[in-house]
Design a protein around this ligand. Structure first.
Ligand code: UDP
Ligand code: MG
Length: 325
């Protein structure tokens, strides 16, 4: 068996601070793996520039001119982590036997990639990197993340616990991934749906080497909400249930107050009346909002807009002439 061609895909958004270190670390690793004859000499690093506003693309591009191992995919604008990652995976797929995705910040232990490859040799199509502990994350991030996984599980969505887009996928698995056409992309939910032989490799998550997190609280919450509403209709059923219960309750209250009225206590009831108006109104607004969220998703999906647009692809197409001058 000839060694598999590995491509490591790294989405980057404003990562100029950490990128030089990431590039040299990954290059060293790739060379080691080649020397051990675990992967083919054709293996590459593919850095996806997700519309960065700093010097990220220049770094990738210049490194690529000096080192044929380094390739770049420049997207036309910022499309977010998940879409940028998908762009890299799809672009890398045809020229690779397997692809590893990893963040640019070196928070994931890159030496684990060797174990990914060994699992690939054992016949795995998907290998998940899972964090052993979350000590380097803040207490807040740790507990919100835990709550999120628990909730997803209760909603019936199959997620790999503590796994964050650090994984190996075979060409076969990537071909299947490409058949998932949804615009609202939540890779962590989709990849387990592919199936095939999978395995998990555990590692310790480190501190971000440099630069800042691109996932502030607001984005994190949006990501979680997207994850839930893209994969489960349970929330909408829950709203239906609440609506049903409050309807029953209002029937009960209604008959209670009617009885009071007939007994002559007409003064009372104003408080309960006004509270129930607010209560029901609130519930209705929540319900409408939630339904709106799903309709919005359907609206987006029906348009089938491209998830990303490639500007420059030095991986498949080489370096355009006009950029060499
Ligand atoms: N990223 C991206 N596009 C974005 C935001 C982030 O490609 O719009 C990349 C980023 O450069 C990094 C990865 O996605 O390689 C994960 O982001 P980050 O490390 O900031 O997230 P965290 O680890 O803090 O959740
Ligand atoms: Mg990170």
């Amino acid at each position: 068996m000839t060694e598999p061609v590995l491509t490591i895909v790294v989405p980057c958004y404003n990562e100029e601070e950490v990128l030089p270190e990431t590039m040299s670390a990954l290059q060293r690793l790739l060379k080691e793996l080649m020397d051990e004859a675990l992967i083919s000499q054709q293996s590459k690093l593919l850095f996806v520039d997700d519309g960065s506003k700093d010097g990220t693309w220049e770094l990738i591009y210049k490194e690529g001119l000096q080192n044929s191992m380094v390739k770049g995919l420049k997207l036309s604008r910022n499309v977010g982590h998940q879409n940028a990652l998908l762009a890299g995976l799809i672009s890398a797929k045809d020229l690779s036997d397997c692809v590893v995705s990893i963040d640019a910040d070196l928070q994931d232990d890159i030496s684990v990639i060797r174990e990914f490859i060994l699992k690939y040799y054992e016949g795995c199509d998907i290998v998940y990197g899972v964090r052993k502990s979350r000590e380097t994350d803040s207490f807040f991030k740790r507990s919100t993340a835990q709550g999120f996984y628990k909730m997803m599980k209760r909603l019936g969505v199959d997620l790999v616990y503590n796994h964050a887009d650090f994984r190996l996928m075979s060409k076969r698995a990537l071909n299947e991934l490409q058949r998932f056409k949804e615009v609202n992309l939540f890779l962590r939910g989709i990849v387990p749906l592919i199936g095939f032989k999978t395995d998990i490799v555990y590692y310790d998550r480190l501190e971000r080497k440099a630069g800042e997190t691109k996932y502030p609280l607001k984005k994190m919450l949006a990501f979680a909400f997207d994850g839930i509403t893209s994969f489960s209709v349970s929330p909408i059923r829950f709203v239906l249930l609440i609506g049903f219960i409050s309807f029953l309750m209002s029937l009960m209250f209604g008959s209670y107050f009617l009885t009071l009225k007939f007994l002559g206590h007409t003064q009372t009831g104003w408080t309960s009346l006004i509270t129930s108006i607010w209560l029901i109104g609130g519930l209705q607004l929540i319900a409408i909002g939630l339904i709106g969220e799903y309709i919005g998703k359907i609206y987006k999906e029906t348009k089938q807009r491209p998830k990303y647009i490639v500007d420059i692809d030095t991986f498949n197409l080489g370096v355009p002439r006009r950029l060499l001058d």
